[in-house]
Each structure stands twice: as C-alpha cells, then as structure tokens.
Design a binder for this molecule. Structure first.
Ligand SMILES: [Fe+2]
Length: 199
C-alpha cells in the first residue's frame, strides 16, 4: 500500500491565511476521528504546535492558530481511511480553500510515507513533534505519576529501547530533529510541560 501523494504543491497561494474556525475544526474531528487515543494524540500535537509558535517563533494569535490547526488536523483521516491517509485530509482542506502552508505541513508530516519533504518551520515542527509526542505519551502511561518528574534522561532511555513503543519510528525522530536544527534534548524538554497539560 502506497501513501505517496505524488506531488509537491498543495492548495492555492490565493488562499493564504484562510483557516477553519475552532468550531469548524472540532466538527470535522468529531465526524472523522472516533478513536479516543487518536483524539488525544491530535490534541497533544496541536498544543505543542501552538506552544512552539508562541514561545519560540513569537507569532501572533492568528498565526499560532494556523500552527495549532495543522497539528489538530494532521491525522484526521487516519482513523477511518488509513489506506488514503493524508490524501483524504489534504484534498478536504483544498476543497475548503484552506491556507496552503497548513496543507503543506500536513502533507509533509511523514515524508518517507507521503513523499513530500518538510520545508517550512511549520512543516518541520509538525514532523518533529508527531512521533516523539506519541512515544512520550506512552512513557507517561507507564510511569506512576505520568508526566510529573519526567525528565529528558528517562525519555532518551525509552527511545533507545527498541521494544518500547515499537511502532514509533526512532529514525523519524532523529531525522526530524536534524531537519529542524533542534537538539533532541531541547525538544524533549519542551514537550514535557506542554503535554502534561493536555488530557
Ligand atoms: Fe500524528
């Protein structure tokens, strides 16, 4: 099964700045994502994208919402249409005339699957957060107090254990850090307090 998107251009530049409202995004997620684990995952990645946009990129609220929206919607089609994962949500957002930067970020969040290279900072951070967020959530579930007291050292230990959260691609995580120009330690340290607040 190939998930390759087979193209590099997404959306229309004339739609730059067009977003879904929070209500529209929630409606779409309610319709498309029924799995509670995936619902939590997209909320976690969205919170990380928002926090990064505000704290590290110093973006205004409207731009931070674009980052958050990319996080919220990146896996929206995974639950019900895994065989057309990414293609389905990309086409839906194109149909709704959404900002091409958001669509490109979603299209490039797994470049080895979809064949689209992350280019912008939004692209790179979505790719960087996606897998690591999942691994850290799995780690929080096996700890007696979840995220309380979680540290970088512990997360890196789990990363090195190939059997722990074995479906999480370590190669993607290291590749994403390199592409984003971020140290793994810094990324992990950023994720812990943000993700601790998302339920
Ligand atoms: Fe994801």
């Amino acid at each position: 099964m190939s998930l390759l998107l087979g193209r590099e251009l997404f959306g229309d530049i004339a739609n730059a700045g067009n977003v879904l409202s929070r209500e529209e995004a929630n409606d779409l997620l309610e319709d498309w994502v029924t799995n509670p684990r995936l619902q939590l995952h997209v909320k976690q990645v969205a919170a990380l994208m928002y926090a990064w946009a505000k704290e590290k990129e110093n973006l205004e609220d409207a731009d931070a919402w674009r980052w958050e929206l990319a996080g919220l919607l990146h896996d929206a089609d995974w639950d019900q249409w895994p065989e057309t994962h990414c293609k389905k949500i990309v086409e839906e957002l194109e149909r709704r005339k959404i900002d091409p930067e958001i669509i490109h970020a979603i299209a490039s969040h797994g470049h080895q699957h979809f064949g689209v290279v992350p280019q912008t900072k939004m692209d790179k951070m979505l790719y960087a957060f996606d897998e690591l967020s999942g691994l850290m959530h799995a780690y929080s579930l096996m700890r007696p107090h979840g995220y309380d007291g979680m540290d970088v050292k512990g997360v890196k230990k789990r990363l090195k254990e190939k059997t722990f959260a074995a479906n999480v691609s370590r190669d993607d995580i290291y590749d994403a850090c390199e592409r984003a120009g971020i140290l793994l330690d810094d990324l992990v340290a950023f994720i812990i307090p943000v993700q601790a607040k998302v339920f």
